[in-house]
Write a protein that binds this ligand. Sequence first.
Ligand code: ATP
Ligand code: MG
Length: 206
Amino acid sequence: MEAVASRRVGRRIGIFGGTFDPIHVGHLVAAVNAKHALHLDLVIMMVANVPWQKAEVREVSCAEDRYALVQAAVGGVPGLEAGRQEIDRGGESYTADTLQEMADADPRAELFVLVGWDVAGELATWERIDDVQRMATLVIVNRPGAGRPRGLDGDGWRVAEVTVPNLEISSTDLRARAADGRPLDYLVPEAAVRFIRSRGMYAGGG
Ligand code: ATP
Ligand code: MG
């Protein structure tokens, strides 16, 4: 019995990376359901500093504002946290670096990387993907508008799939709504809507 007790496994930590420009209930519903299904102790909504795959395509809101939105959104939800490691590290954000930093800080932690179907189909483009494979279990959640990616099983990944309510919500649509004055209410947590309004975020279109 004692031997078992002393080999207590580490915390199970999920990392849900995103631009969160803005965060919405699609992200949050996915996070809490993955947390529940996989018995995670914590899911960190990890705000990308420079989302290198997006920065060339459109102007991304400043990282501190996106982080403030995530903080406002997760406030009071047990087991969900806003993560700023990628902002503090600066530069372009790579999940491989984030995982390494977390493993160094807590070597016993078991790490999980959460992605929706759209992102799961693009993993081959990630920087140092073999490091990500080695350090984490991939958690895939369904997302409307994207097909379920094939070929991940048996491709070196440890994979867990979690089925979540299909919510057809995207930050792209929310930015368009804000730009032409349509409501964000109930698609984005109230405290985050207040922050968007107070800062005039997305008001100019884009
Ligand atoms: P954008 O339209 O700007 O790309 P987004 O809504 O896709 O924004 P991201 O920050 O790009 O949000 O996504 C972060 C992560 O959340 C990705 O893994 C993505 O697949 C997942 N995700 C986003 N929206 C949903 C949703 N409605 N249901 C499930 N997963 C989602
Ligand atoms: Mg996206």
